[in-house]
Design a protein. Structure first.
Length: 447
């Protein structure tokens, strides 16, 4: 839902029943010689306008670097910009671990396990805003076959493909909202997590042509999507549940989440700058090629090898003796609310079966992702104001002094790190109390 702000000081919002989308030539080819991408054939029985483009490794790296000036292939001239509905269905995956056992009200559920692990060839076709039961995409048959899970990559560590998909979708939605409304004051309200999520946008003067408008919208969308992804981690810790009967606290600050989110945002960057977004089906089919190319660039391994790496960190990063929804089934977490995310690679020092050669080199270079957080030499937060309202029932779960410093009922991104640090201290104390305080257990209890 998009609103125009009549008076930013009074926060009076006027709903826009329709947003004019005059003919816009979305042309990116003047950037440089078109290299980067090679044309592949359409999938059988796909509409002709669902042509797919396979990115080169250089294009994948450029997207991960947030490089708008790489010569991506882009030459779309739509009469109207496509309409993407706001994503509302988070994909219910994946708890860190494998073959995870489950209990209900402390009663073990026999013969049931959450397998979680997939390999580099296990992904199914993407559907925009798929969720659990399917989504808004026009390719309805794809909705239940995404086959999400955790894949190990040599340079990106463990990747949660559900998070990659969720935050690519969100970035695409936000991109078009920003692109259409740049130059005006407007607001976007998204489905709540602990309470309503509101994005207020100040007018931005675009200093350039149509490509610059796309670049500005992409920077804003990427930054906003990542802040919302960090809030999701915080919200889970403080009681948010996508499904009311299932606690999500086990997944809060899971070590692979923030990196996977940034990876999805990077893929969305590549698709935007390649102008592969004429409709949701074209976006979905090209997401398929981009995620495969990205995983390949990161050195994705097979399902069997991914299981081997997950087994190596059992007892260190997760605990196979615990059952969902035990919070400390997950032992290692990432509380860094930073725009720079480095992957957690399984150290070679961890004991492994020497008879089986490792699929990764002895010292793989980690693929660090850095989100662009400035625009025209000023912080993006000068224009984007995110207000994350918290219902009264959840406010007491935040440590005093960490939150509600700007508003008594809402949290802003500049409070995220203080909240995360307080949550980390609480987790450490809880695990120490549970395990005892010997030196050995204290080391294990540090998330």
């Amino acid at each position: 839902m998009v609103y125009v702000v009549d008076d930013m000081n009074q926060h009076r919002l006027r709903r826009m029943s329709s947003i004019p989308t005059s003919p816009i030539k979305f042309a990116l080819t003047p950037l440089a010689v078109i290299l980067a991408l090679t044309l592949s054939s359409c999938a059988a029985k796909r509409p002709m306008w669902a042509v797919t483009i396979t990115p080169t490794p250089e294009a994948v790296q450029a997207a991960m670097d947030q490089n708008a000036y790489y010569p991506y292939r882009g030459d779309i001239n739509p009469v109207h910009l496509p309409q993407f509905e706001p994503p509302v269905r988070l994909r219910p995956c994946c708890i860190f671990g494998m073959d995870v056992k489950v209990s209900v009200k402390n009663i073990p559920v026999p013969l049931y396990q959450v397998v979680n692990i997939i390999g580099k060839n296990g992904l199914g076709p993407h559907t925009y805003d798929s969720g659990f039961f399917g989504g808004h995409g026009t390719d309805k048959k794809a909705g239940t076959r995404e086959n999400n899970g955790i894949i190990y990559t040599c340079r990106g560590g463990f990747i949660d493909t559900a998070h990659v998909r969720d935050y690519s979708d969100l970035t695409i939605f936000l991109f078009f909202e920003f692109y259409k409304n740049l130059g005006t004051s407007f607001s976007i309200e998204l489905k709540g997590e602990l309470g309503p999520r509101v994005i207020l946008v100040d007018p931005i003067e675009v200093r350039g042509d149509k490509f610059e408008r796309a670049r500005v919208a992409t920077v804003l969308a990427s930054w906003t999507a990542f802040q919302l992804s960090l809030w999701h981690e915080i919200a889970q810790w403080h009681g948010y549940r996508e499904f009311s009967v299932i606690s999500q606290e086990t997944s809060a600050y899971s070590m692979e989440d923030a990196y996977s989110n940034l990876l999805g945002i990077s893929i969305a960057n590549g698709l935007i700058y390649s102008a592969l977004l004429f409709n949701d089906n074209q976006y979905a089919r090209n997401f398929d090629t981009w995620i495969q190319a990205t995983l390949k660039a990161l050195g994705a391994v097979s399902k069997k090898e991914s299981r081997m790496y997950m087994q190596r960190v059992d007892g260190l990063w997760w605990d196979s003796t615990k059952r969902l929804p035990d919070k400390f089934l997950v032992l290692k977490r990432n509380y860094a609310m930073s725009h720079i995310q480095a992957p957690f690679l399984v150290p070679n020092t961890i004991e492994s079966n020497k008879s089986k050669p490792s699929p990764c080199s002895s010292n793989p270079a980690p693929a660090i992702i850095e989100l662009e957080e400035t625009l025209y030499e000023s912080p993006v937060s000068d224009w984007i104001h995110i207000q994350l309202f918290v219902d009264a029932a959840y406010r007491q779960t935040f440590a005093p002094g960490t939150a509600f410093n700007t508003r008594p009922d809402a949290i802003t991104p500049d409070e995220f790190q203080a909240i995360a640090e307080a949550d980390k201290r609480a987790d450490t104390l809880s695990l120490l109390k549970r395990n005892g305080t010997t030196d050995e257990k204290k080391e294990k209890a540090t998330p």
